[in-house]
Design a binder for this molecule. Structure first.
Ligand SMILES: O=C1NC(=O)NC(C(=O)O)N1
Length: 310
């Protein structure tokens, strides 16, 4: 029987599936459900220094092929998530969890990461450089100079495992430029991709979410080709020491198989988890194991990154 265990940095996970930041991770209740599911680990909702109520509702909408959201980083604040993560280090010492965070300013980002560095947190930090939904705030990782300067400053003091959540890129030159920057730093991973920013969904004659006149991040089936391309483009360009987390368009074990084939070491569920709930982890894990058994793959390392070209 195949195993879907994996490793990110020096941390081992019993399963290569987890939630995507923003889904089933707002509070202890939701995170507990992911802990008790077949998921290998969880990532928190992206935490900011102060708690945020986020954008006006309706701000999330499911569609037949995925979802659109403009949540606006609603979260209970950095201290809430850090306190919970430190509590879990006592109750679940054998597990490693991910902490997603970003500042509303560069100064806040450094304040947050210095707090993490100085804390007893021994998990993995995911810096969200790609939220498309805070009015007036750009997706940081679309600005390579700002990203390079930020990472240079961060790695002068941050010595714990760190990865970045990236927006999708759509230009080969941008893959080259971004990879050149990321290869300069001891990143544990990059996570490709966040939602495709500023899409528009219409029902009858109206937008379906309130913020930004209906413009929001797109997830689900719509984005799998873009997600797979980003995973593979960076897999081919990055130092092997920087692993890839694949996020976007995973509904089935086949979708997860494709993400791993492109180079992902971990696969996140966003829209599918929102629609189906934590039981999706067991379903998709079993579907992936069935594919692996059929193909004679014992571990994900047997086919990770081995996408065939014509
Ligand atoms: O990084 C994010 N990506 C999204 O698609 N939505 C959330 C949000 O709006 O909070 N953040």
């Amino acid at each position: 029987m195949a195993t879907t265990k994996t490793k990110i940095g020096n941390s081992e996970f019993r399963n290569c599936f987890m939630n995507a930041a923003g889904v089933y991770c707002y509070d202890k209740n939701e995170l507990e459900q992911v802990i008790n599911s077949a998921a290998g680990t969880f990532v928190t909702k992206t935490a900011t220094l102060q708690s945020r109520s986020g954008n006006p509702e309706p701000r999330y909408h499911d569609t037949a092929l995925g979802s659109i959201n403009s949540m606006g980083l609603p979260n209970l604040g950095f201290d809430y998530y850090l306190d919970y993560l430190l509590e879990l280090q006592k109750t679940h010492p054998d597990r490693t969890f991910f902490f997603s965070l970003v500042g509303m300013s560069t100064e806040d980002t450094h304040t947050l990461l210095k707090k993490v560095q100085e804390s007893d947190f021994n998990g993995i930090t995911e810096l969200n450089l790609s939220c498309p939904n805070v009015p007036g705030k750009p997706q940081i990782a679309y600005d390579m100079e700002t990203t390079e300067n930020l990472l240079t400053d961060i790695f002068s003091y941050f010595k714990k495992p760190l990865g970045v959540k990236l927006p999708p890129y759509f230009d080969i030159v941008h893959f080259d430029q971004a990879a050149t920057v990321f290869n300069k730093f001891p990143l544990t991973f990059i996570n490709c991709v966040n939602s495709i920013g500023n899409g528009l969904v219409i029902e009858d004659e109206s937008v379906v979410i309130k913020p930004k006149n209906g413009f929001g991040g797109i997830g689900g089936e719509y984005i799998k080709p873009t997600a797979l391309a980003n995973v593979h483009a960076f897999y081919k360009r990055l130092n092997p020491s920087i692993q890839i987390i694949g996020t976007g368009g995973v509904l089935t074990g086949q979708d997860a198989f494709e993400h791993i084939l492109c180079g992902a070491s971990m696969v996140q569920l966003g829209t599918t988890l929102h629609k189906e709930g934590p039981s999706a982890f067991e379903r998709i894990t079993n579907e992936l194991k069935a594919i692996m058994d059929k193909k004679g793959y014992k571990t994900i390392e047997d086919f990770k990154g081995k996408l065939k070209y014509l």
